[in-house]
Design a protein around this ligand. Structure first.
Ligand code: NAD
Ligand code: DAU
Length: 338
């Protein structure tokens, strides 16, 4: 199968490309290389005969058409997105453009070219905050809270509409919070690891009791492969890690592993519209495809810390330049905990 992957230079997309590029499938990776896209993430598979990188923007209809026309993919796995909630609050426009209109361009091209399978990578954030004791299944209403999650909810519904209306063979995955190597240090786990290793303050939003369900990135990629090959057209599949933890507990574990003091934690102003709790069930995916989350959180977190410790150069490259401006903008107005 020839698979067109979008956003394959980012955190999850590059893990998917590293997992699949040496195997039975041909992979074409279409990526704009935004601040989050990094060809260093693909060094381990560079030069493989059935792997091709194409620089391009999913919002650019002509570029999207060209990649479909030239490579004639059998399947699409659409990861490309502006993926950070805080950035979507500071600057929603590129988030809405890429996540909604970019996804629209991808669906249109896939429809014109008649692909056999279209996997749209969505998120559990489309369900919004979920009160205890509930876990959302795929029928849960979509109540997104941020420009990021609402643009993802919009594109998720748009993708499903292309199945209903045009019979495009779409499947949608809604995964929980991923962690693992190569994650840009703007998200909770890599930011806390990298600040702890540098003995810098660890900014906790609000009371730190918000709950996230942690999924190791390779488990997510195996789920996408399972859905790509065994998922039913027009269906949605939740992908959870079955490891719900409060942010404060995650950060304390990182401090333990890195051997740093809890005094590095600082309470800062909360994120506006902050979702309190994400919780999903992956029972449908497990039942229909046999997929299971395999990585134990303690083992995965330790492996992730080890990776960041061993790859300080990767971290210093991605933290140079534009990252500093973003960090200043996001955290300077949060210094007080009110
Ligand atoms: P990321 O920010 O690490 O990577 C995004 C990638 O998309 C980058 O390589 C970037 O260059 C590329 N990209 C961005 N805009 C583009 C455009 N206009 N055209 C082409 N390429 C573009 O993101 P991630 O964390 O790897 O997330 C990948 C996907 O998975 C996203 O759709 C995200 O919503 C979804 N998701 C993420 C998580 C998570 O915890 N990170 C959980 C569930 C779902
Ligand atoms: O649930 C899936 C989603 O998980 C994905 O769709 C998103 O792409 C991904 O970014 C992630 O969204 P979150 O908002 O949950 O992730 P983030 O890492 O930004 O934050 C996780 C929790 O940690 C959240 O409650 C906010 C908190 N936080 C985050 C940062 C960056 C802090 O307390 N301090 C911080 O500095």
């Amino acid at each position: 199968m020839k698979i067109l992957v979008t956003g394959g230079a980012g955190f999850i997309g590059s893990a998917f490309v590293r997992m699949t590029a040496g195997g039975a499938h041909s992979i074409v990776n279409f990526d704009k290389l935004t601040y989050a896209g990094n060809l260093e993430n693909l060094k381990p598979i560079e030069g493989l005969p059935r792997y091709t990188f194409v620089l391009g923007d999913i919002c650019d209809a002509a570029a999207v058409e060209a990649v479909f026309a030239e490579h004639k993919p059998d399947a699409v796995v659409h990861f490309a997105a502006e993926s950070h909630v805080d950035r979507s609050i500071l600057s929603p426009e590129p988030v809405v453009a890429t996540n909604f209109m970019g996804s629209f361009q991808m669906l249109e091209a896939a429809k014109r070219h008649g692909v056999a399978r279209y996997t749209h990578v969505s998120t559990d954030e489309v369900y919004g905050s979920i009160d205890e004791p509930h876990d959302a299944d795929e029928t849960w209403p979509l109540v997104a809270s941020s420009p990021y999650s609402s643009s993802k909810a919009g594109s998720d519904l748009l993708a499903l509409s292309y199945f209903k209306t045009f019979k495009l063979p779409v499947v949608v995955t809604r995964a929980s919070n991923n962690y693992g190597p190569y994650q840009f240090p703007e998200k909770l786990i890599p930011l806390m690891i990298s600040n702890a290793l540098d003995h810098q303050p660890l900014p906790i939003y609000g009371d730190g009791q918000q709950v996230r369900d942690w999924l190791y990135v390779d488990d997510h990629c195996r789920a996408i492969l399972a859905v790509l090959t065994k998922g039913r057209e027009g269906e949605v599949y939740n992908v959870g890690g079955s490891r719900a933890l409060a942010n404060l507990d995650v950060v304390k574990r990182i401090l333990e592993i890195t051997g740093k003091p809890e005094s590095l934690m600082v309470t800062v102003k909360d994120r506006p519209g902050h979702d309190r709790r994400y919780a999903i069930t992956s029972e449908k995916l497990e039942r229909e495809t046999g997929w299971r989350a395999e990585m134990d959180f303690e083992v995965g977190l330790k492996a992730t810390v080890d990776w960041y410790r061993a790859n300080r150069e990767w971290v210093s490259h991605v933290k140079s330049g534009a990252y500093r401006a973003y960090y200043e903008q996001n955290y300077s107005n949060r210094l007080s905990a009110t």
